[in-house]
Design a binder for this molecule. Sequence first.
Ligand SMILES: [Zn+2]
Length: 292
Amino acid sequence: MSHQDQMHRYLFENHAVRGELVNVSDTWQKIIEGHDYPQPVQQLLGELLVATSLLTATLKFDGDITVQLQGDGALNLAVINGNNRQEMRGVARTQGEIAEGSTLKEMVGNGYLVITISPEQGERYQGVVGLEGDTLAACLEDYFMRSEQLPTRLFLRTGEAEGQKGAGGILLQVLPAQDASTDDFTHLATLTETIKTEELITLPANEVLWRLYHQEEVTVYDPQDVLFKCTCSRERCGEVLRTLPQSEVDEILAEDGEIDMNCDYCGSHYVYDAIDIAAIRNDSATGSEQVH
Ligand SMILES: [Zn+2]
């Protein structure tokens, strides 16, 4: 299972329905390694990762999507961020014991799902859905119905096969502005549902698609690699620093002589001393793109 994580898009030629099949096993391991997450949290991050990868693959523009679960339960935050290049990162925060086998609702408590779509050019969009469904997939299907009015099915799977952990999933969606018959869509969803987690995380994509849809005419497009990559940088962190109250920053500088910012997603540290801070403030005062 040491293959590269990949996203495959496909189209049913005789139905107005498209699909996406993704394996994110390596990316998942990179996101959870180095953290001491309880088993159910690891699994949920895996499902969130599969979902975010499938969602970003539906973007028609350059940008990124953040899928975030928030609540008052022992798991107060689980978030995955990914962009149209399929560069994914994520983190979870707990504030209490999480028992083995806990369900989504047991972990998150009273909570909701926040989906933030940030195009590189243009307006940010945010959608919020309550955790009505019992599973993450059900909550996201609800989101698609409300926001895009497109019938969508998501199959999010995590598990273990051949002694290794894996995560993968499938998205089926009716094409916008086309009449797909409900029966066709239900039929394709029923076929898709038969996929076993083990097949999804161990078999090559073409094999999975053949097993599911060999009676259908399916066009499969060139795959896209999925990878773990944090998009943080010293510059971006500096921008965050710039938004903090100056008095607060000055206080820390006076006490510690430097400001140590660390990235929640990847753990990178960015250290700024008084001179760095002065430069950041100077940049924001004059406009960093101004030519002198
Ligand atoms: Zn980072």
